[in-house]
Design a protein around this ligand. Structure first.
Ligand code: FES
Length: 167
């Protein structure tokens, strides 16, 4: 994996925020950044690169990357639709919202649309329980969803050609 001079400088600044014996603390922000540089997903190669950079074992990186749903471990669409499936959102209709998106895009959770525009994911609580059903796309939250709002959101997202990311 090869980063540009500026990308590497940004990554190294994360590391310098921590004492030398606590480099590992920079792991999560670095994974976010690397993911944003790599079409919104983390390959084995990119995770191994992070392990070398932080001088930690590869398994430590894999453990963190596979635990948090915000890290994508396989190629994803330009927009990752993360629909909350936890109880408060479920009671407010998130299961119907997810099924509606599935039918509309013809994909199941964990799959990408054929045109590479969307990935659908089930996620746990997004910490906006009072505004359910909630969906996150990159750094944006969409709240109090209904079918009409989903139609509008998907049409708007289709107009955005670059990946929605957290960074
Ligand atoms: S339960 Fe959906 S945001 Fe908390």
């Amino acid at each position: 994996m090869k980063l540009s001079y500026n990308q590497l400088k940004i990554i190294k600044n994360y590391i310098y925020n921590y004492p030398p014996n606590n480099r590992k603390s920079a792991l999560i922000p670095i994974l976010h950044k690397i993911q944003s540089y790599c079409n919104n997903w983390l390959s084995i190669e990119s995770m191994d690169y992070v392990a070398d950079l932080l001088k930690i074992s590869k398994i430590e990186v894999y453990e963190v990357a596979s635990f948090y749903t915000m890290f994508n471990l396989k190629p994803v669409g330009k927009h990752v639709l993360e629909v909350c499936q936890t109880a408060p959102c479920s009671l407010l209709g998130s299961l119907d919202i997810r099924k509606y998106i599935q039918k509309k895009l013809n994909i199941k959770p964990g799959e990408n649309t054929q045109d590479g525009m969307f990935t659908l994911k089930n996620v746990e609580c997004l910490a906006a329980c009072g505004y359910g059903p909630v969906m996150q796309v990159g750094s944006k939250y969409f709240e109090k969803l209904n079918f009409n709002k989903i139609d509008i959101i998907l049409e708007d997202l289709k107009k955005i050609k670059k990946h929605s990311t957290y960074c």
